[in-house]
Design a protein around this ligand. Sequence first.
Ligand code: PGA
Length: 642
Amino acid sequence: MKKLAVNIARLILAVAFILSGFVKAVDPLGTQYKIQDYLVAMGLGRLIPDFMTLSASVLLSTLEFILGICLLFAIRRRMVSKIVLVLMAAMTLLTLWLALTDPISDCGCFGDALVLTNWQTFWKNIVLLTAAVIVWRYPLLMPRLIGETNQWIVMNYSGVFILLVIAGRSLYTLPQFDFRPYHVGTNLRQGWQRMMEGEDSPYAELFMELTDEGEDITEDVLNREGYTFLLVSPHLEQADDSQLDALNQIYEYSLDNGYPFYCLTASTEKGINHWRNITGAEYPFCNTDDITLKTIIRSNLGLLLLKDGVIIRKWSHNNLPDEQDLTGELETSELGQLPSDTVATKILWILTWFVLPLVLLTLADRLWAWSGWLRKRNNNNPLNKEKVIMRKKIVAGNWKMNMNLQDGIALAKELNETLKADKPNCGVVICTPFIHLASIAQFLDQDIIGLGAENCADKEKGAFTGEVSAEMVKSTGAQYVILGHSERREYYKETPEILKEKVLLAQKNGLKVIFCIGESLAEREAGKQNEVVKAELEGSVFNLSEEDFRKIVIAYEPIWAIGTGKTATAEQAEEIHAYIRSIIAEKYGNAVAEDTTILYGGSCKASNAPELFAKPDIDGGLIGGASLKCADFKGIIDAWKK
Ligand code: PGA
């Protein structure tokens, strides 16, 4: 319900802002006049120069349009909803003042397209303000129409469209959509007639009075059959005089063809004379109401062509018809007819060049997002080989028989501080001689560094002089134990059967087992590595239930690489890791295999760790020599940050 309300509010606001921004941008001068009306009403009329009010008009329309687009697409939801709320609050206060004091007749929020009374405007703003509050309260309930990465395209495209294509073009030529009572196609004769008959009419202030004779020729002009040119300039003093040649040509053309030509202006006699002097104008001048002239054409100068009292053409001073257009009589030329681009063709143009690209972009963006979602879903499917790897990455140290208690504690402390300051991107474990465990467990932050033993007994307890049981290891505070290391297999003759017992006892006591496997040089040279590792797994851990096997970490350590400085190449290691995973999959299924952490061990250093760890089936390392110095070990841990 809440979501529905937020999105209805969003839609109402989006439509209102887009429309309001658009109609203002279509007629920047009209909006400027409105702003000037406001300033006059506030007593600031004379203080603000024209270029500032015109800039304000263009900026206001652009802002409204972009905010509407942002709401529609749910772009920058939090920021946009705040701006909209502030804007609506200010607008509502302003329109309340307008409604109460009535200094201007209509607020101009929708330009000339939709004229509302001041109270209508106020109530409209109350509705919009309510919507703005709802959207501001829950901005994140608006679902995005477009992904964050493509939002800038929508914003920039809309900005360029409204600023250059709509406002800029309207200023240079004339408003592309004309909502005023003098748009192309208006039958002024009929409108005037109705006004004379007493009907309410927008033409009450339309008059043309020849300046020389003082004669009112409005009726003559409107009732005349055929063509009449009306040059419109509210104030000749400020009129653009850059196109005088074109203008004089048009005047000559009108004389040659017998079309009347008048200049309508609200300028004083002085202004008219000045214009005559600088341009050599010979056409007659008529006095007309200043506001009416500004309403007739949004350009100073502008040219109007009447045919039988109907406005059939309007030009701004920037695109007056030239010599080529003015050949032959208007009756037979294209210029003398109503233009073919109707409102429908203009709307179609906007749909094709603005709406359609955005719709296509949105569709492409959503399609991409959807395909991404599908890919992700497939990756999460355990049957899918390209599963996103979720298994734990670990770098474990194996101190072997190195360091006395004091040195061991010092190293563990240093590592503890280092990794607390710079958190690792993987699980870190240190496996130490039994003698260190209890002391180190006291200060080690085991959320960052796990602690483990390097071995445990294959017996639960009893008369086994010199042995340390899994239970004892656990009681020190350690969580891990390395079992099956090749040095123990070789020097202490630990057989697969013995290791099987050790694994069971370790697990029984809640220790996580790092189980080592790996072939000797002779076995590798004989190409028997796969066979060897398979037998080692089968001999000691493949007896476990799936649940217990999931708790095992495997460490593949080719014996020929341990402590020799000879590392398996990343490719060699990856090949056998993949093989190990495949036999785990055969035994326990894909899902277990994919979740099993398989470490590489054997002369792993900071220099070769990144390459090894980059392989898809290598999930970290079991580190001997390089775990005895904090910096060396940290270098390997940091390989997961690369
Ligand atoms: P190494 O030892 O890194 O010194 O080669 C690895 C191991 O035996 O676990």
